[in-house]
Write a protein that binds this ligand. Structure first.
Ligand code: BGC
Length: 497
């Protein structure tokens, strides 16, 4: 009896919502506002267009900036930072190493047992901890104390099998995924924060010293053997398993890329020429900016209101932190100018960053005939229950425009690296294989985005060259790679020679 009553109530609720949706939709049509909605969508789509010709212009501009960034410090918006990694892993790394992977709202602590000579990773364990939001804009000490307390807890809970030899500290690879001017493989000063972090007193300081001091405060006997950006960690992790890996791209909360450059093609490098003749460059491509980037007024407004206006423009059009926010801004404008959701703008829709990329990914990939996922998300997130199927289709269309532009621009970035490395053509019929390590939740979980990127890269490279290029997902490669680099830069053994 109770169940039937609930059932009827639910059915009635659905019927009422559907009827309300029909009414909103009819009213919109009648008042000509639907025409306005379509106009807004068309205009947005035009502004976000990424035909191949434009992507090539973006890529040309990026290559110019790559050269400028390599020529002199501060010569370009692309920082082209020297990583001090001049030798990538060989697969012979051996021993017990740790990693701390910090770069978003969560950080990871990782322990790896490396087997040496082709035996790979024998075992690994990790914990993931989320950072309380107040610590993302507090003080450097507060952040590092919090992190080190978790690191110490991780170590204190391990079995005695993992005790280091007497007199030797545990060794750690520190993945710090923000722009850092490195002064050696295990030191570097923070240039600026990105991705919603803003801890002012840390800028200009050596992040390894900050971490080490916090470890001392907690009595944790650990030594940082390598400081790496997540792109460099991912490249190292990819090379550990595949000799053809020469570049890595992160598409997650933020975005960036690293690749292997010829040391003599880096005029700003005044140190001794590495024996390998190579140096890994952390491009910091998120900060790329060009008049060729297709930007709409929604992007410009989001940038102006961000924590770092005028910076990380490329990152802001293609990475996970921002895609949902752009979609929200377009919908908000449609609500305001075309009464898309009724006479008033739903209050929750006005709140910045309430539409995350996981939500737009789920809506964009909704295959149900009535777009139920879209309806459910709008109800959950914004308390909007009166969406017609027609409206839900428009919402999916906006998600598609934003994700397509992001994915295609990311493909143009990868094209630039391949062109700079001379891997965009086939020389003397020789099919040299190129592997690009890929990491980040956006690439890993947003299938339509990933497929669009891959398709676009093939389009840009042509079929024959595409066959020689592989984008290889390397989940958590950034932390794993850092631990492996800690091994290859260990003061002790760390190698199986
Ligand atoms: C940071 C990079 C990082 C990228 C991906 C960007 O915001 O500036 O250092 O590699 O995010 O995590």
């Amino acid at each position: 009896m109770g169940k039937i009553a609930v059932g009827i109530a639910v059915v009635c609720g659905v019927a009422v919502a559907a009827a309300a949706a029909v009414v909103v939709h009819r009213r919109m049509k009648k008042s000509g506002k639907w025409v306005k909605v379509m106009e807004i969508v068309r205009d947005f789509e035009e502004k976000c267009a990424t035909p191949v010709s434009r992507l090539k212009q973006v890529s040309d501009a990026m290559i110019v900036e790559m050269h400028a960034g390599l020529a002199s410090e501060g010569g370009s918006k692309l920082k082209m930072l020297i990583s001090y990694v001049d030798n990538l892993p060989t697969g012979r790394e051996k021993g017990l190493f740790y990693a701390l992977d910090l770069g978003g709202t969560n950080f990871r602590v990782l322990r790896l047992q490396l087997g040496g000579r082709g035996r790979g990773i024998l075992n690994q364990q990790f914990v993931e901890v989320s950072i309380p939001p107040n610590l993302m804009s507090g003080t450097s000490n507060a952040l590092f104390d919090f992190i080190v307390a978790e690191l110490a807890k991780f170590v204190s809970q391990e079995s005695s099998d993992y005790e280091p030899n007497p007199g030797r500290p545990r060794e750690l690879g520190f993945t710090f995924s923000f722009p850092v001017m490195q002064t050696s493989i295990a030191s570097g000063t923070l240039l600026k924060w990105t991705k919603g972090f803003s801890i002012n007193d840390a800028v200009g300081r050596d992040v390894v010293a900050e971490l080490t001091e916090a470890m001392e405060r907690h009595g944790l006997d650990m030594r940082v053997s390598a400081l790496v950006n997540d792109t460099v960690g991912t490249l190292a992790g990819a090379r550990f398993v595949n000799n053809d890996a020469v570049a890595a791209v992160i598409l997650g909360t933020g975005s960036n890329a690293a690749y292997v450059e010829r040391a003599n093609a880096i005029p700003k490098w005044h140190g001794p020429l590495p024996r390998s003749g190579e140096m890994v460059i952390n491009m910091e491509w998120g900060n790329f900016k060009s008049a060729h980037l297709p930007l709409s007024e929604y992007d410009l407004e989001m940038d102006a209101e961000s924590l770092n206006p005028g910076e990380q423009i490329y990152e802001k059009v293609l990475s996970g932190m921002y895609l949902g926010e752009i979609v929200r801004r377009v919908l908000c404008w449609m609500a305001q100018e075309a009464a898309f959701f009724g006479d008033t703008v739903p209050p929750k829709l006005k709140v910045p960053f309430t539409l995350g990329t996981p939500a737009i990914s789920a809506m964009h990939q909704d295959t149900s005939p009535d777009l139920k996922v879209v309806a459910d998300r709008f109800k959950e997130l914004f308390e909007i229950s009166s969406t017609s199927l027609q409206m839900r289709k428009v919402i999916v269309q906006i998600c598609n425009i934003v994700a397509t532009r992001g994915a295609r621009l990311a493909a143009a970035g990868i094209l630039s690296i391949l062109r700079k490395m001379g891997r965009d053509t086939i020389k003397d019929g020789e099919k040299q294989r190129t592997v690009v390590g890929m990491d980040g939740g956006l690439y890993e979980h947003y299938t339509k985005y990933r497929k669009c990127l891959e398709k676009c890269l093939n389009e840009l490279l042509g079929e024959e060259v595409s066959e020689t290029i592989a984008l290889q997902l390397s989940t958590d490669g950034s932390g794993i790679g850092a631990a492996i680099l800690a091994a290859s830069h260990s003061r002790y053994h760390g190698r199986d020679d």
